[in-house]
Design a protein around this ligand. Structure first.
Ligand code: CMP
Length: 502
């Protein structure tokens, strides 16, 4: 009877397809392409098993091989269902729980184990023969496929460590590209120019590559800029930081930093470190920062002497003398605008300007220390300084007395009275000050005794301010006795010190 086996076969086929349809409905990956073949094989095997279509021996033999084929196909379908429902499930970060490469490897192992079991259990092939021949085969294959295996294991280790991940931007020997796919043999990357790079996994594992990540976490990039030697580092760093602050794609947190790196042939090299998440558009980010540096540096009146060498044929001595003359005129003008030197004749101011020395200080540097001996007067030219005095608590804290901006002077107290410095002066940001020695100011005091009066009045006012600041800290008793605020007695001291006529 042919009808019964055919009906049984068709029944199995229909049942199998219904089950597969249901599974496929639950997950489109369940079963894969092999699922119909597996159902067909099972249906044929069940149908043929029900009829006497050949001699018993031949039938047993053929049915045995057919069973093995069914088992292999079913094992693959079962693995795909397991894969679809468990291995492929994405975790919170949107990535498959098990990397694709490992899932493929699992499929291969399931196939191999089913084949071994089926061959020995169904087809009567002795397991030892299968194992021996598969060992010999693996040895031969191992030798022949050394490179392939190297790539495979490199791929597995990269996927296990999740470094790099699909979506990460890598720098491979200077080429920046995004990982778009990782297979068991190669990793495919795409550059921003649309070029695809296909790197064997083993090479990728050996290379010293830089992984910029996918942009989820900020990464920093360093920009090196050479600025002229006569630019004070604080000014240079301030200009670079201003450039970073306005650059597209630059993050404020983490904050950008600017540092001096080396003293080069023709410039001081600075490093500006800027953080970004724009790893997808690194070239634009770099362009933005480098362009802003140029504009900012130009606006600040600074020079980028490197790598361009500008050769000027000009009278160096004459040019220098002219520059110095202009600078002296500027300083004389600045001094003339100070309360201190109001009314002083222009030629005397010019002499003072010529005698003054310009000093540069970095942020946080001490210009004057409380308690030290000193006899020089300072004028703030650019930037600002902080005036502070140790509190009467054993010197552990400082009391902020004043902030002196460009055009202010300090150091007059020691200069005029010969007493130790009454306060500490600290640079607040980079600053430039003019230094006048006692020898520079003395002739001026001798020639114009009214100057002593102005100075001692300023001194008295500052002492009064100091006293008020300490009074606010409830330290009045200990300090009142120390600080002289009476203008008359200060003036007397100054006259005695400079042996001026009353
Ligand atoms: P000198 O004592 O030579 O050195 C420290 C300087 O700090 C001092 O001179 C003044 O110029 C300045 N100084 C002291 N007290 C004050 C204050 N209260 N306000 C502003 N400047 C001050």
């Amino acid at each position: 009877m042919v009808l019964v086996p055919v009906l049984v076969g068709v029944g199995v086929l229909l049942l199998g397809e219904v089950i597969l349809f249901g599974l496929h409905h639950l997950s489109r990956h369940a079963g894969g392409r092999l699922r119909h073949l597996a159902v067909l094989l099972v249906a044929v095997r069940v149908g043929l098993g029900r009829s006497d279509w050949a001699s018993t021996e031949t039938r047993v033999e053929i049915l045995g091989w057919l069973t093995t084929a069914c088992l292999l196909a079913c094992a693959l379908v079962a693995y795909s269902i397991f894969d679809a429902f468990f291995l492929r499930r994405v975790d919170g970060s949107g990535e498959a729980r098990v990397p694709a490469l490992l899932r493929e490897l699992g499929r291969g192992l399931v196939l191999f184990a089913t084949l071994l079991a089926a061959l020995s259990a169904i087809n009567g092939v002795p397991l030892s023969a299968v194992v021996v021949s598969s060992t010999v085969l693996s040895a031969v294959l191992g030798l022949a496929l050394q490179d392939v295996l190297k790539n495979l294991f490199a791929g597995i280790s990269m996927q296990l460590e999740s470094v790099p991940r699909v979506g990460d931007w890598l720098n491979l020997d200077g080429v920046v590209a995004k990982v778009v796919e990782m297979s068991w043999r190669t990793t495919r990357l795409r550059t921003n120019e649309g070029h695809f790079l296909i790197e064997p996994n083993s090479r990728l594992a050996e290379l010293r590559l830089t992984n910029y990540g996918s942009g989820a976490a900020p990464v920093a990039f360093a920009f090196h800029v050479g600025l002229a030697y006569d630019t004070p580092p604080a000014t240079a760093k301030a200009a670079l930081l201003a450039a970073a602050a306005s650059s597209p794609g630059a993050l404020r947190d983490p904050v950008p930093v600017a540092m001096a790196r080396t003293y080069g042939d023709s410039s001081i090299t600075y490093e500006l470190r800027v953080w970004t998440r724009e790893v997808d558009a690194l070239s634009w980010f770099r362009d933005g920062v480098l362009s802003r540096i140029w504009y900012e540096v130009r606006r600040a009146g600074l020079d980028i002497p490197f790598p361009i060498r500008t050769v000027h044929h000009h009278d160096v001595a004459g040019g220098k003398a002219e520059g110095e003359r202009r600078e002296r005129a500027r300083i004389a003008d600045l001094l003339g605008r100070l309360d201190l030197f109001r009314g002083v004749a222009p030629e005397i101011l010019a002499e003072l300007a010529a005698a003054s020395r310009k000093l540069f200080f970095d942020d946080g540097e001490r210009l004057v220390r409380e308690g030290e001996a000193g006899d020089s007067l300072f004028v703030v030219d650019r930037g600002r300084v902080l005036v502070s005095k140790a509190a009467e608590d054993g010197g552990t804290t400082n009391v902020r007395l004043a902030v002196l901006e460009s055009g202010s002077f300090f150091g007059e107290m020691s200069l005029l009275t010969g007493e130790p410095r009454s306060a500490t002066i600290t640079a607040d940001g980079g600053c430039e000050v003019l230094l006048l020695t006692k020898a520079d100011v003395e002739p001026l005091l001798a020639g114009d005794p009214a100057l002593a009066e102005t100075l001692s009045r300023a001194l008295a006012d500052r002492n009064a301010a100091t006293q008020a600041a300490f009074a606010a800290r409830r330290e009045r008793r200990s300090v009142t006795s120390m600080i002289e605020t009476d203008h008359g007695s200060i003036l007397k001291k100054v006259r005695e010190f400079f042996r001026l006529q009353g």
